[in-house]
Design a protein around this ligand. Sequence first.
Ligand code: MCN
Length: 785
Amino acid sequence: MPDTGAQRVLRKEDNRFLTGRGHYTDDFNRQGQAFGVFVRSEMAHARIKSIDTSQAEQAPGVVAVFTGKDMEADGVGSLPCGWTVTDKHGNPHKAPPHWPLARDRVRYVGDHVAFVVAETDAQARDAAELVEVDYEPLDAVVETGKALNGPQVHDEAPDNLCFDWEIGDKQATDDAFAKADRVSKIELVNNRLIPNAIEPRAAIGEYDPGTDEYTLYSTSQNPHLLRLILCAFVLNLPEHKVRVVAPDVGGGFGSKIYCYAEETVCVWASKKLNGRPIKWLATRTEAFQADAHGRDHITTAEMAMDKDGKFLGMRVDTLANLGAYLSNFATAVPTYLYGTLLAGQYKTPAIHGNVKAVFTNTAPVDAYRGAGRPEATYVVERLVERCARDMNMDPAEIRRRNFVQPDEFPYQTPVALTYDSGQYELALDEALKMIDYPNFAQRRQESERKGKLRGIGFSAYIEACGIAPSQVVGALGAGVGLWESAQVRFNATGSISVFTGSHSHGQGHETTFAQMVADKFGTDYNNVDIVHGDTGRIPMGMGTYGSRSLAVGGSAILRACDKVVEKGKKIAAHMLEASVDDIEFDSGTFRVAGTDKTKSIGEIAFAAYVPHDFPQDVEPGLDETAFYDPANFTYPSGVHIAEIEIDPDTGETEIADWVAVDDFGRVINPMIVEGQVHGGIAQGVGQALLENAVYDPDSGQLVTGSYQDYTMPRADDLPSFRVGMTETPCPHNPVGAKGCGEAGAIAAPAALMNAITDALGTEEIQMPATREKVWRLAQQRLAPA
Ligand code: MCN
């Protein structure tokens, strides 16, 4: 294993980001470029009787107006409709088509109706107003809980049911409940979230009639996968003629993984216009309406326990809202990423989970930071806290009593996954120490003296990262194996170019990957350039999601580095007149074992490209490629504890303290990792206290369609988080790392809601715990009996 050094070096990429020199999609302008604007549905559900584009076509600067009929005439396919999920009767999920431009019906406010292309963005916007759509309104359903009995969204999906899926052993779980001494039950709403990346989505589609080649600039998290989907499924293009460039991307949080209608239409329309490049930029309103949303579950969960608080069985029933159409991974989120994590960190011997996924007249719902795993953690950790309260046990103690122990790994859960490693109790002990748990009662009394309500909440989370191995993911219906590739090229003068399929859009890969390679070769990390985000430069890749980039992408890089070393040994052996078997490599130096005869990697690299004296059986160059397909997921885990104080007069919840003790295996850059944890917690706090996507139940309008109505957390909503770490190296990848990119968002909502319910003395509150809700319950709590 390399000495990755765990160094807190500054992010290389910040130089350009912080000085305004990043290159985002909107910074690219192609010669002869026109601008596209979408006409979007204002109706939640309606039949399109006709679309009159004549006025818009006559408007100043307009180049063309396209509708779904034009795309249909060209044979454009449906956008992808989810990984195959087999329901409990053995049938595949219902996958009604999702056309890039609507054909005969619109199904949510923001659905794509027409595309107006003009010389300028302003002209396209003005002309879009002139497109006349004659709608026949249809009844709509937007609420998750009403979907099964609501107006039908798709003819193909009776009762709006996409699938009825189950995991675990129902009989064993029923048996466990039959013999339980105590059963705890909780009902939970996991509120719908809107991703809100800093940079709204954007695309430029460009077709070159001379070469028959297409280029797409896009705010994508995974350009190769986007190219694959466009070529194989939607536009039916030859892959070697398509280049997707995802330059600097201002955050994604999952919402930029998908092949969306907008980028598809830009590429297609550029060809229709004989190669005119077309740029589309989302307004913030469009981002609210049409970026894939996250979460939106309603769940009932029960735990069966013996008299000592040992878990015997767990039963979970979830209704998951998938929106109007299936986005790319939508079906996988409430199943493979949610149901498989319902064991949490605990040895619950029998678990049964049932998920009914429904269509509604709302924006598609897909993976948002954590993707199914925050929902699972929320269920498990709220339920466990409930168990502790019902049993009158300390919440730390009930967890301790049920944790999987360090000597029990690999641990097979009753819900498919095999956990690889972990030290759950160690993280709990460390977190208890950091928060000074023994003195909490005293702090609570002090708060009471000030007329405040104080609460403490725990969240012991586990996560499955990496989304692997390919054979398992493929068998689950992904259609692709989720490995990663890397190319490591020593340039003749000793600098190193690394080409990776992992795209960085805020995670700092250009730094951490460079650190790893620099450590391997004993060089400065500024000497290593990380190239990503361009299918024209990187042979293949699977992109960034599921906190997989270091564990999977980083492992591919290390494999390629190892190949470079192997080849370097042959060249060194020749130059040092020794046998290859006698050459050792360490931190950039090749040495004849037991001697002082050495060659630096720089000398070897130069020799590799200037082969006047070169071993006959070795090709020139020092440039190696590797593919890495993991053996298992990685399983980061940890314990977050939130301590809060509620002001009963205002309903304000102040986060008094927050400790997080995480285990990400081997860490490359603790500063970047802490930043990832901080950002994740902030998102989790946003979900627990503030954020909620609300559709009006009558009109189906998105009521929270701007920052006036959708509240994001701000700096003054958050404390200084205190982050600690334990380290249990991942036993099956060469880096020893587990993912960290989603952990905070996974752990935080349960910790905060457990603290709030502890302070209020009631569980009758759902996220977001707004000031109004908290105020009402605080008043009830303090009201004289
Ligand atoms: N790292 C490390 N040591 C570890 C684990 C990770 O030094 N043991 C470093 C990695 O090298 C990388 C960073 O931490 O620089 C995150 O790594 P990883 O956990 O592998 O996650 P990914 O790079 O695959 O990022 C994906 C993850 C996801 S799924 C979402 S959603 C998310 C997130 O990252 N979206 C983000 N963090 C984000 N951060 C920003 N700024 N913007 C987003 O859109």
